[in-house]
Design a protein around this ligand. Structure first.
Ligand SMILES: NC(=O)C1=CN([C@@H]2O[C@H](COP(=O)(O)OP(=O)(O)OC[C@H]3O[C@@H](n4cnc5c(N)ncnc54)[C@H](OP(=O)(O)O)[C@@H]3O)[C@@H](O)[C@H]2O)[C@@H](O)CC1
Ligand SMILES: Nc1ncnc2c1ncn2[C@@H]1O[C@H](COP(=O)(O)OP(=O)(O)O)[C@@H](O)[C@H]1O
Ligand SMILES: [K+]
Length: 507
């Protein structure tokens, strides 16, 4: 699903009105009705007193139309219009006229207004939408402050009032802190970013029938991977297939005291459809791996230092025509000799065009040099799976806000010619073509040691099966989050562990 910028959403709006038998006021009617359908399911009539706060633009118009639709359903309603300007939109004006025939509207036109909130209240925020042009001040600011202090749930129409849809707010800005945001058809970039979580709350998309041809034609930079889109990527297992059909993966992982990472990664790999898996790790890991995961084969490192992961065994004979994909990183440790092993494997994979997924300590090793020269060893189209700290290490710098982080992420993926999965809630997958795909699955129960190791194994399995790096990244990240969601359902977010994610992998 495309994430469009405000000007593009406005164009989609205009295009729909021009090319379909629908007026602007009726499109607003559709949007409001879609909001009402969501609202009546989630805030049952009779249980709540609804206070709707409307601005003077089309977002305010939505608020008035929503009020008109909720009233006949039996909701206990109070409608406030905040007169912060002389300018009103036509749709607002028309909806005010329609509503006032039905119920009275209260005007807030100065900062000394008083609204008393009760426990049963729910606020609908229709003050400002995507037309926000500057930070809130004066009357609007003080209304938003009062709503935020009310301690009752706030449901924002389209976007929390005061939040910019596709650029950063100032830290001092006053913005509605919504419990839920019900947005029209197209998710906003702001919803994907950690810095806005406290304002957006849980967000939901409702369809309002904007013209699909128009949306199809827009060249988007940002995407939100919906379950339907991602599930289409899954390749069915053919009846006459055999283990060779599904590839042989090489996982380079683990060291003394960190064999757990290798086991999590290896088990996740085997649970994600791969034909065969070989784990390359230290000699003392052999017994552990063979006991805990008998399905995997084991290839010992042969350096004198048996506790450190140091391998000098990479050569064409060992790798070519044997492995279809290589995963490297979980639990390797950081050390100059480990780095050399990693570089050697990277160079060989580049030469042999074997796809790679590179994670954790492999990334930390490759970030070791002051000038980051090791990064040039990473084969083109590799998948890198850093968490934010590892990404900072790769860049050797930080960012001032999440928008700058996205810019740096795009630049890195384009300049290095790699795929970067920047992990976290809504993992951002940056492709070498300059696009970013946000993931839609996963939960905070996954914020625990070992979750990332599981992801590496899953992506490795997909690469070995012949999924393209783009497909492997998008599908792997999504299925990992989905397994995490099922684990959270079964065990609870506090109680689940990374192994529970593996037990719930199913696709
Ligand atoms: N296609 C769709 O998705 C559909 C969208 N629809 C709805 O339309 C909404 C967008 O409507 P909108 O363009 O009228 O914008 P909205 O935010 O209501 O008001 C803008 C006004 O506020 C003013 N203003 C701005 N910032 C200000 C500030 N800080 N302080 C004071 N004033 C400020 C601004 O003034 P100006 O910047 O010109 O000075 C302008 O007058 C959208 O979010 C959705 O709810 C649906 O109805 C139908 C389909
Ligand atoms: N709040 C969250 N919501 C959704 N997913 C999360 C959240 N926190 C972490 N995750 C996921 O869990 C994984 C954690 O990976 P990582 O930080 O590398 O852990 P580790 O290295 O300990 O295995 C990532 O895939 C990340 O997207
Ligand atoms: K709003």
């Amino acid at each position: 699903m495309k994430i469009l910028f405000v000007n593009e959403i406005r164009e989609a709006d205009a295009y729909t009105i021009l090319h379909e038998p629908i007026d602007s006021i009726d499109l607003m009617e559709r949007a409001s009705s879609a909001f009402v359908s969501w609202f009546k399911e989630n805030y049952l009539v009779g249980n709540y007193k609804v206070k709707i706060f409307c601005g003077l633009g089309d977002n305010g118009g939505d608020g008035l139309a929503i009020a008109r639709m909720l009233h006949p359903l039996g909701y206990d309603l109070e409608v406030f219009v905040v007169k912060f300007s002389k300018k009103i939109s036509e749709n607002f004006d028309q909806n005010l006229y329609r509503l006032e025939k039905q119920i009275p509207v209260k005007i807030i036109d100065n900062e000394s207004f008083i609204v008393n909130f009760e426990k049963k209240d729910v606020i609908i925020d229709a003050l400002l939408g995507s037309g926000l042009s500057r930070s809130l001040e004066g009357l609007l600011k003080s209304v938003v402050e009062k709503l935020n202090e009310s301690e009752v749930p706030i449901i924002s129409v389209d976007i929390p009032s005061g939040l910019f849809a596709n650029k950063s707010n100032n830290l001092s800005d006053t913005i509605i802190k919504a419990t839920h945001t019900v947005s029209f058809q197209i998710p906003k970039l702001a919803f994907m970013l950690p810095q806005n979580a406290e304002f957006v709350g849980d967000w939901h998309i409702v369809d309002i029938g904007l013209n699909e041809d128009f949306i199809e034609k827009v060249t988007a930079k940002f995407f939100y991977s919906t379950p339907l889109e991602v599930e289409k990527l899954i390749k069915p297992r053919k009846k006459f297939s055999h283990k060779g059909t599904f590839g042989h993966a090489l996982l380079v992982s683990g060291s003394y005291g960190m064999m757990g990472a290798a086991i999590l990664s290896a088990r996740a790999c085997m649970r994600s459809g791969v034909g065969k898996l070989t784990v390359h790790s230290i000699p003392s890991g052999l017994a552990i791996m063979q006991m805990l995961l008998p399905e995997a084969m084991y290839w010992e490192t042969a350096s004198g230092e048996s506790d450190l992961f140091i391998s000098t065994q990479y050569n064409i004979e060992n790798i070519a025509n044997k492995f279809q994909a290589v995963g490297i990183g979980p639990g390797l440790g950081v050390n100059i000799k480990i780095k050399e092993s990693i570089e050697q494997l990277c160079e060989l994979c580049a030469e042999l065009s074997i796809p790679m997924v590179i994670d954790a300590d492999a990334l930390n090793n490759l970030s070791m040099d002051e000038n980051r020269e090791s990064l040039s060893k990473i084969p083109k189209n590799s998948i890198l799976t850093p968490h934010p700290k590892e990404f900072q290490n790769l860049l050797n710098k930080s960012w001032k806000d999440d928008y700058e982080k996205l810019e740096l992420l795009t630049q890195f993926a384009v300049n290095q010619g790699v795929i970067v999965c920047l992990k976290g809630a809504n993992t951002a997958i940056a492709l070498p073509d300059g696009t970013i795909h946000f993931n839609s699955s996963g939960n905070a129960g996954m914020a625990k040691a070992g979750s990332g190791d599981v992801l590496t194994g899953m992506i490795l399995a997909l690469l070995a099966q012949g999924y393209s790096p783009k497909e492997a990244a998008i599908l792997g990240v999504y299925q990992h989050g989905l397994a995490g969601d099922k684990a959270a359902q079964n065990r609870g977010m506090n109680n689940m562990i990374a192994s529970d994610i593996i037990e719930n992998i199913r696709f």
